[in-house]
Ligand binder design. Structure first.
Ligand code: G3H
Ligand code: ZN
Length: 291
């Protein structure tokens, strides 16, 4: 119990044929809620910090990472730290010293050959530093800084290209585009389960589902059954956080942040429990899905 590596959690999830949830940390309250929800569920969890969240903290990775690391070390469940959606190599180079055991290098919006070159360089550096590296092939839409050329809708990861991409880049995990999209505030995405199963069969490293907030619970379960290993969730916690604060602030007299951050943290912890129940205990069975 306490801090472990992302590689350990993903290997354990693969062996146990279940998913491991990775939740985005923005504030200290997010990290506290994620660890609390995981402890109540008695399940391992990944705390992930995105490059955008680092930017929110003034570009300083240290303070929020130190808080997450401290929570992870003292947790009653296994917790790993992952640096997410990194585009800046300068930030990637800070990952290990900030306590992360893995990072996702995000070149998914680049044309294929440019993605290969950039990702291979990132993987070489990460492996030299002892970090696990995740990359993305096939653009998962919905990111705030998406380039105009990136197709948010309809794009899918091609299985043959994905296999070649992993061989050429040496990455340890692959984020794939299978129908989810980032920042959805309702669970209305429709995943391509046939494609997930084909990718899981073809790709020699664990698959990662991004934009999982928009995926209905039953589809999350099916995705894990079909071979998804790491399931990334961000927006669903922010929806809970903001709802609680909005409700509390109806009272104009409230000024103490604890009066609205406490329910916000509690609602996020509850959401973590629900999502852990939906996605992480599923025994993966590669037999065909019932119709
Ligand atoms: O990498 C982070 C996840 O893909 C979060 O996506 O905010 O749509 O759940 P989400
Ligand atoms: Zn993502």
């Amino acid at each position: 119990m306490g801090i472990v590596t992302t590689a350990e959690l993903m290997a354990a999830a693969t062996a146990a044929r279940c998913g491991v949830l990775a939740f985005n940390v923005i504030t200290l309250e997010h990290a506290e809620a994620i660890v609390e929800g995981a402890q109540r569920s008695a399940k391992p969890v990944i705390l992930q910090l995105s490059q955008n969240a680092v930017a929110f903290h003034g570009g300083r990775i240290g303070p929020i990472s130190a808080a997450a690391h401290t929570l992870a070390r003292s947790a009653a469940v296994d917790v790993a730290l992952h640096l997410d959606h990194v585009q800046d190599m300068g930030l990637l180079r800070q990952a290990r010293d900030a306590g992360f055991s893995s990072a996702m290098f995000d070149a998914g919006a680049l044309p294929y050959e440019e993605n290969v070159v950039a990702t291979r360089a990132a993987a070489e550096w990460a492996h030299g530093a002892g970090l696990m590296l995740e990359a993305e092939l096939g653009y998962v839409g919905g990111k705030p800084d998406a380039p105009a050329s990136a197709h948010a809708k309809g794009v899918r990861t091609d299985p043959a290209e994905a296999t070649e991409f992993v061989e050429r880049t040496g990455v340890d995990a692959l984020a794939v585009a299978v129908g989810s999209s980032h920042a959805m505030t309702s669970q209305s995405a429709v995943l391509d389960h046939e494609l997930i199963a084909t990718l899981a069969e073809a790709v020699p490293v664990p698959l990662v589902l991004h934009g999982s907030s928009g995926v209905p619970d039953d589809q999350l379960r099916r995705a894990v059954r079909a071979g998804m290993v790491k399931v990334n969730v961000g927006t669903a916690l922010n929806v809970a956080f903001t709802r609680a604060i909005r409700d509390a602030l109806v009272d104009d007299m409230l000024v103490d942040p604890r009066t609205y951050l406490s329910p916000a943290r509690e609602l996020m912890a509850g959401k973590v429990q629900l999502l852990l129940a939906a996605a992480s205990p599923t025994i993966r069975d590669r037999s065909p899905e019932p119709a």
